[in-house]
Design a protein around this ligand. Structure first.
Ligand SMILES: C[S@@+](CC[C@H](N)C(=O)[O-])C[C@H]1O[C@@H](n2cnc3c(N)ncnc32)[C@H](O)[C@@H]1O
Length: 441
C-alpha cells in the first residue's frame, strides 16, 4: 500500500462515528532518548469515542496482560489509514483485531493460545438476533439436554468436586453439539466463566490456583442449592455478554478482511503477505504462563492433554531458542549484571526469541512496528526492554520514531506508599512503553 499517498488522502475519509483525534498525547515529561524521544501519555484518555477500557467486547473475558483498546486506537489514528492491514503476532485476547474492525482496518492475528479463536469469534458475532425469551430458553435447552461431555484431563477430579461434574458435563455436551453459531457462541464464554467458578481454582487470579477463598467458595456452594446458583450465574453471564455485544455495535465495527491463527508458534511462523503496521505486546520477561493460566478452559473446550502440553513447551520465554546475533550494547550491559545461571538463561531466551521474531517478521511490514512492553525486573534490576528493541531493530532498517510512556493507572494508587520493609517510598509505580519504529525506505 502506498503509505504517503494514503496518508495524504486520509483527511478526506469520514467515519460515521469517529472524530479526528481530539486530544493529542500530553507532551509534558518529554525527555531525550538515545535514538529519538519519549513522550508521556495516558492512552486511556486519548480516545473519546471509546469511553472506558472495558467497553463492549473489550472485556468479555479476563486475559492476562491484555491491551486496552485505546492503545491500538491511538496508533491507528496517528499512524494508519483505514483499509491498511495490521498484524499482531502475539495477539492474546485479540484486542488489536477488535479495535481494527472499529476503524475499518484489515487485520491478521496470531497467538499460541487457541482461546484467541473463541474470544474473537464471540466478540465479532454482531448484534445477536435472538430475543430475550429465546436466550432464556437456552437455559432450559441445557437443562433438558441429554448430551454429555467430559474433558480428557487426568487432573479433572483434583480441580472439580465430583458432585458438579454431571451438571457441567450436560452443559458442555449441549454446547459442543450445538450447530447454530450464534447460540453456541452466546454460551461458550459464559459457560467457561461459570465452569471456572465451580472449580477449586480461584477465578480471581489468572493461574490455576487453590486459595483459601476458593476452598471457602466451594464449601459454601456445596452447602446450598448450587444447581440454582449454576443456572442463575449462567443466565447472568449470557445477558452480560449480550449487552457487551450490543455496546460494541455502537462503535459501528466495519466489515473488513481478517485472518486469525490461533495455536501458532510465532517464533517459526512466516507471514504470507505484506502488512502495513505491526502492533503487538510480546510475552512478559517475568513469569506469566499464558497456556498454564488458561489450561482449565482449554480442557473444557475439548483440547487434549498432549496438545496443551505441546503448546506450553512452545511458550516464550520458557523454551530454548536458536541464538541470533543481538545488536544492542544495552542487552549485554544488563546481561552482565545477572549472576544466576537460570535467570541469565531466561533473559537470553527471552531476547533471542522476541528479537528474532521482530527482525524476521519486520521484513514483511511496510510502515510501522509498534511494540508495547511492560515493566520487567531481573533480581530487582529494571530491564530497559524498549531500548534493547530499538537498538537491535536499527540494524534491520528501522528508525526510532518515539516511545510513548504510560503510567499503569491501577498502580498509581501506590504512588506515595512507603514500603514497610525498607522505610522508603515504594517504587512499584510502573510504566508501560509503546515503542514506535518506522521503516526506512
Ligand atoms: C502480553 S500477551 C499479549 C496480550 C494481547 N496484547 C492482548 O490484548 O490480549 C503475550 C502473548 O504471547 C503469546 N505467546 C507466548 N509465546 C508464544 C509463541 N511462541 N508464539 C505465539 N504466541 C506466543 C501468549 O500466549 C500471550 O497471549
Amino acid at each position: 500500500m502506498d503509505y504517503e499517498k494514503l496518508k495524504n488522502s486520509q483527511l478526506n475519509l469520514k467515519f460515521s462515528n469517529i472524530k479526528e483525534i481530539t486530544s493529542e498525547p500530553q507532551q509534558n515529561n518529554a525527555e531525550s532518548f538515545q535514538n529519538g524521544k519519549k513522550i508521556s501519555v495516558l492512552f486511556r484518555n486519548t480516545i473519546p469515542e471509546i469511553p472506558y477500557t472495558t467497553y463492549g467486547v473489550f472485556s468479555i473475558y479476563k486475559y492476562p496482560a491484555k491491551f486496552i483498546p485505546q492503545v491500538i486506537a491511538f496508533v491507528l489514528k496517528k499512524y494508519g489509514v483505514p483499509g491498511m492491514r495490521i498484524f499482531d503476532p502475539f495477539a492474546g485476547y485479540g484486542t488489536a483485531g477488535l479495535t481494527a474492525k472499529v476503524y475499518g482496518y484489515n487485520y491478521q492475528l496470531w497467538d499460541l493460545n487457541p482461546i484467541l479463536n473463541i474470544i474473537h469469534d464471540t466478540a465479532t458475532l454482531g448484534r445477536p438476533k435472538m430475543k430475550v425469551n429465546e436466550l432464556l430458553d437456552l437455559i432450559d435447552c441445557i437443562k433438558n439436554s441429554n448430551k454429555e461431555f467430559i474433558p480428557s484431563w487426568s487432573n479433572l477430579n483434583y480441580w472439580f468436586p465430583e458432585q458438579f461434574l454431571p451438571i457441567l458435563s450436560k452443559a458442555w455436551g449441549f454446547v459442543h453439539s450445538e450447530k447454530e453459531k450464534e447460540k453456541k457462541y452466546l454460551l461458550l464464554i459464559p459457560l467457561l466463566k461459570v465452569t471456572k467458578y465451580f472449580s477449586w481454582s480461584d477465578e480471581k487470579v489468572h493461574k490455576l490456583y487453590r486459595s483459601k477463598y476458593s476452598r471457602k467458595k466451594i464449601e459454601t456452594l456445596l452447602k446450598g442449592n448450587w444447581k440454582n446458583v449454576f443456572y442463575r450465574m449462567l443466565k447472568q453471564e449470557i445477558f452480560s455478554l449480550y449487552n457487551k455485544l450490543v455496546e460494541y455495535e455502537k462503535l459501528s465495527p466495519k466489515e473488513v478482511e481478517y485472518e486469525v491463527k490461533a495455536g501458532i508458534d510465532t517464533l517459526t511462523a512466516e507471514l504470507d503477505k505484506k502488512v502495513d503496521i505491526l502492533i503487538t505486546s510480546p510475552p512478559y520477561l517475568q513469569a506469566q504462563e499464558y497456556i498454564r493460566s488458561t489450561k482449565l478452559e482449554l480442557f473444557w473446550l475439548g483440547y487434549s492433554e498432549a496438545y496443551i502440553k505441546n503448546l506450553s513447551n512452545k511458550e516464550i520465554p520458557y523454551r530454548e531458542v536458536p541464538k541470533i546475533k543481538i545488536y544492542s550494547s544495552t542487552f549485554f550491559e544488563y546481561r552482565k549484571k545477572i549472576k544466576e545461571k537460570h535467570l541469565r538463561s531466561l533473559y537470553d531466551q527471552y531476547f533471542h526469541a522476541i528479537l528474532s521474531c521482530f527482525s524476521r517478521l519486520g521484513e514483511k511490514v511496510e510502515n510501522y512496528m509498534c511494540i508495547f512492553v511492560g515493566p520487567a525486573k531481573v533480581r530487582n534490576n529494571p530491564i530497559p526492554i524498549d531500548e534493547i528493541i530499538v537498538e537491535h531493530l536499527k540494524e534491520f532498517g528501522w528508525s526510532h520514531e518515539v516511545t510513548f510512556v504510560d503510567k499503569i493507572l491501577s498502580r498509581v494508587m501506590f504512588e506515595s506508599k512507603v514500603n514497610p520493609a525498607s522505610g522508603m517510598k515504594d517504587s512499584r509505580i510502573k510504566t508501560e512503553h509503546l515503542v514506535v519504529l518506522k521503516k526506512q525506505k
